[in-house]
Design a binder for this molecule. Structure first.
Ligand SMILES: Nc1ncnc2c1ncn2[C@@H]1O[C@H](COP(=O)(O)OP(=O)(O)O)[C@@H](O)[C@H]1O
Ligand SMILES: [Mg+2]
Length: 299
């Protein structure tokens, strides 16, 4: 069977972005200057970018039985994403409260909720998706054992696996080594390499070491600097496109969605880096994550 679909297994979060002069102290009720709402979660974001690029995309995840969950399900379906395998959990939808202070410093609180009630059984129930998917995309915002089980299931069905190891957290090496595309940003690269990675040179230095987790390709994204691809032999660097960046949430997720597009369409590593840089650069020119991601037409 010629498999063309993409299945993303991961988190779905409803985000509140509060702009405020400072954080409250204990016992204080403090007023924010403004609030905006966003649909997020790395899993949902990456799946939305895939769908917006016209890929046949399925999302496996969990939301709570509340208005946040139903609002996001409707919105994701409008982007053309199949959410039939997103099920309801008996807890809250994953929530994020992001506090941005006047000087730009950011702190956040998350309520994991439904994302962390995912179980290996949810993966079994989605087995038919593994049968028709060429590509399985995972991140680390759901329980680790579910990610590991999904990697194992993907292998069984001969699917190509992208692991976006974010947020950086321990995963059994045995499973990491089964991954085809291992994708990290500077922070995550620093965690897995156990050394500081912020510059292009530092990223180049840890390539060999991190490539042990990638059967095909290691990708380190470096924000506005660009991204580095390493296939075990050759390093390819792609400087970020010069754009007027307004808000960078979802840049990495947008990059992954674009990466999926180039894998499904069997493009070269040069085309891959170019296309992913182009797509993610569009996402940072608008506020929000899913809303800001470009469609093929926008490109
Ligand atoms: N300010 C920016 N201008 C242009 N492109 C950007 C900018 N920030 C990020 N990007 C693009 O998005 C990719 C991913 O961003 P990055 O910040 O590394 O990911 P994450 O969101 O996971 O931290 C970068 O490699 C780059 O191609
Ligand atoms: Mg970043």
């Amino acid at each position: 069977m010629n498999k063309e679909a993409v299945t993303v297994i991961g988190s779905i979060n409803y985000d509140f972005f509060l702009k405020q002069q400072r954080l409250p102290v204990i016992g204080e009720t403090f007023s924010a200057d403004s609030v905006t709402f966003g649909h997020g979660g790395k899993g949902a974001n990456q799946a939305v970018q895939c769908a917006k690029l016209g890929l046949e995309t399925y999302l496996v995840g969990k939301v709570g039985n509340d208005n946040f969950g139903s609002e996001m399900l409707e919105s994701m379906a409008r982007y053309g994403l199949n959410v039939d395998y997103v099920t309801l959990a008996n807890t809250n939808t994953g929530l994020g409260i992001v506090n941005t202070l006047a000087d730009g410093r950011v702190s956040a609180t998350i309520a994991k909720g439904a994302n962390y009630s995912m179980t290996c059984e949810d993966i079994d129930k989605a087995e038919s998706l593994f049968e028709k998917s060429k590509l399985i995309i995972l991140q680390l915002e759901i329980p680790k054992e579910v990610v590991e089980y999904a990697i194992q299931t993907a292998k069984k069905h001969d699917c190509t696996i992208i692991l976006n190891a974010a947020p950086a957290s321990p995963v059994d090496e045995k499973y990491l080594r089964m991954v085809d595309y291992f994708v990290v940003n500077e922070t995550e690269a620093s965690y897995y390499a156990r050394e500081n990675v912020t510059t292009i040179e530092e990223a180049e230095q840890v390539c060999e070491q991190l490539f042990e987790y990638a059967n095909r390709l290691l990708i380190i994204t470096l924000g506005e600097k660009g991204s580095l691809l390493y296939d075990g032999q050759k390093k390819y660097f792609f400087p970020s496109k010069k754009v007027n960046a307004i808000e960078t949430t979802g840049a990495g997720d947008s990059y992954i969605g674009a990466l999926a597009y180039t894998i499904i369409h069997e493009m070269s590593y040069n085309e891959m880096g170019d296309f992913a840089s182009l797509v993610s650069s569009k996402t940072v020119t608008k506020i929000g994550a899913q809303e800001a991601m470009p469609t093929l037409q926008d490109l």
